[in-house]
Design a protein around this ligand. Sequence first.
Ligand code: ZN
Ligand code: ZN
Length: 258
Amino acid sequence: MERVRHLKIRVDLHVHSVASGHAYSTVREIAEAAADKGLEAFALADHGPALPGGAHLFHFWNMRVIPRRMYGVWVLRSAEVNIVDPQGGLDLPDAALQKLDLVLAGFHPGCGYEAGTVEDNTRALLGALRHPLVDVISHPGNPNYPVDLIKLAEAAREEGKALEINNASYVYTRSGSWENDLSIVREVARRGGFLSVGSDAHIADFAGELDHAIEIIEEAGAPWDSVVNRDMETLRSFLEGRGKPFPPEEAAAGRDRY
Ligand SMILES: [Zn+2]
Ligand SMILES: [Zn+2]
């Protein structure tokens, strides 16, 4: 029997542009594709500077030049920062993170912290999670960096941060994520907390591709309102709770460009 998709997500919280070094679309191309697919917003979350080929610090400083909306789609100024040490240190300074609408943090190879024991990885990931400017942990179910998912889900709930269900993990990369992600969603269903859903698109064509992630959330039975990026309204409410109202006042006042 064909599965019926009850859920629709209108915001993609994880997209890479050419600034990531190994991604292939411009901001304009992504925005146009997002508009074609009926998205209300996407997070332009390029890799932090520690990843080989990742965006330079100045990329993140200068995001104020990006229009708030393109093709009618909101563009969130974001980053996917790297965990660079065993304590969960990040590769962008707080002064840069403060300027962003949304901060994702996650493990990537070649950035200064390589996978260790479950205990080591959990310590590093919780360190990043507890950084006050981090909003989302990207692909926490990555089996290449196994963590204590119960401790992670509890800490994320306490901190009011979102754990990402990353659609690309079932298509291109991080094979073996499905079971871990099911466990994460079940923990959120059991104890409360937030999930975010991202395509992790590295080319515009895949922006907004979220079907596998939605399938996991349906299968694990998490309440739909635990997903923070269902639409702009739910995203705004999450960001408000994080002390990052969107769009910021300067944008609302038309002073967001320079
Ligand atoms: Zn990533
Ligand atoms: Zn990514």
